[in-house]
Design a protein around this ligand. Structure first.
Ligand SMILES: [Zn+2]
Length: 425
């Protein structure tokens, strides 16, 4: 796969060139790329994933951009298959219908609609629905399931076409994808073009405060181009003719932000939640360089401590494995220097089993083999599901195995609970 990487020199939200690198990370291969052949996997290029901050608006972001086509075209993550997501979507669809007061037959547009899972409950409630997503296979599945979906990246031209053909949208959603767009200005311009006068736009993205508090190194990878916070977002939306009217924290992905947005000058008042989160961000100095530089120092300390531990295990000939070929896997393997230590990764995804991880060439084998192989230490790469994985593999622990959780601190878990905890803070 040929990949083009470019480096932005300006802030994604305010165009300022007053941006500086605040978190230094080791380059990583593209995360969702598994290959049949180990030699090919080992040749996969690594790309920078350092984190930058804008000194003018405070936005924290990636500036090394992988071209969109390579990043998304062959994407094989299905949101409908992720644990707990269909229930989450059912619930949020109900809430969004209530907040927006959208008429039952009005248009709902989902940007980055994936397999159409979020649109299904809207359709069931009587809405006209339209998905937009650049990934070929997920779009095919969505259309097969009866959710009309356009295979494309969002653009103002496409937005105008959608409005001309379908009319204005009363609800627009961008879940997670709001952190994924390089040209976020074009994304929100597209939303403004499609939105009905009294329509509401909802976005969900990982929240920077949770990344900092939870040491969520694993949530940094090429696809997450923005690490959003409320304060820079307000000014950004305002410049694009939109207004943030509510901001709520959600436990999804260990800490997300759900924003509610209307056209500037719209009928709804701005709720107290917006000012409350701005006050919290000010108190935590979230828009100051020092805060992110401290995060950088914490990551380095945790890497050193964990590296020493893993070296001790390797030197004593212990077998070290990993669990979950998740999107965050290459990031955790690279930042914690685990590539040479991990012998295999347990995962059941049909498109990953029997293949090799990008860049590191680690074989992926079925989770059923955990009890046969009994590695002494199994590092959990699917960090979001760490507790579930520990709970459902008690037999492995009872037989003498250990799970290792890497964020927010390095925990080694045995049959009687935590064996050791390394904390960076
Ligand atoms: Zn900025």
């Amino acid at each position: 796969m040929s990949v083009t990487v470019s480096h932005r020199s300006t802030c994604r939200l305010c165009d300022s060139s007053n941006v500086s690198r605040v978190v230094n990370l080791k380059p990583i291969p593209l995360s969702e790329n598994y290959t049949d052949d180990r030699e090919t996997a080992l040749r996969d290029a690594r790309h920078p994933v350092d984190v930058y901050m804008c000194a003018d608006c405070g936005h924290v972001q990636q500036l090394d951009v992988i071209d969109s086509e390579n990043l998304w075209k062959s994407y094989t993550y299905y949101s409908g298959e992720a644990k707990g997501m269909p229930e989450h979507f059912q619930q949020v669809a109900g809430e969004f219908r209530q907040i927006s007061g959208a008429p039952d037959d009005s248009l709902v547009v989902d940007i980055g609609s994936n397999d159409g899972s979020l649109l299904k409950p809207f359709k069931a409630a009587g809405h006209r629905v339209l998905g937009i997503d650049p990934a070929e296979e997920v779009v095919r599945r969505a259309n097969e399931a009866g959710i009309e979906t356009i295979e494309a990246l969002m653009s103002p031209e496409l937005a105008q076409k959608v409005r001309d053909e379908h009319g204005p949208a009363h609800i627009i959603c961008a879940f997670n994808v709001f952190a994924h767009a390089d040209d976020l200005g074009a994304m929100v311009d597209s939303i403004r073009i499609m939105l009905a006068d009294d329509g509401v736009f909802f976005f969900e993205a990982q929240y920077l405060l949770d990344i900092v508090d939870g040491m969520l190194v694993a949530s940094i990878f090429h696809e997450h181009m923005s690490h959003h916070s409320v304060k820079p977002m307000i000014q950004f939306l305002d410049r694009h003719g939109l207004e943030l009217i509510a901001a709520e924290r959600s436990p999804i992905q260990h800490g997300s932000l759900i924003g509610t947005v209307q056209l500037k000058g719209g009928k709804r008042p701005v709720e107290a939640s917006v000012a409350e989160l701005v006050a919290l961000e000010d108190k935590r100095r979230l828009d100051k360089l020092e805060t992110m530089q401290q995060f950088d120092a914490d990551v380095r300390r945790l890497r050193e401590q964990t590296g020493a531990l893993v070296k001790k295990w390797s030197d004593s000939d212990a077998t070290i494995a990993a669990y979950g070929a998740a999107r965050s896997g290459p990031m955790l393997i690279a930042q914690f220097d685990l590539a040479n230590a991990i012998e295999y990764i347990f995962d059941d995804h049909p498109q990953k089993v029997g293949k090799y991880s990008s860049g590191d060439g680690i074989p992926i084998i079925p989770t059923a083999e955990l009890l046969e192989r009994m590695p002494q230490y199994t590092v959990i790469l699917a960090w979001v599901h760490a507790q579930k994985i520990i709970d459902s593999n008690q037999e492995y622990l009872n037989k003498g195995g250990h799970f290792v959780v890497l964020c927010p601190e390095t925990r080694v878990v045995g049959k009687d609970g935590d064996v050791s905890i390394l904390a960076a803070k």
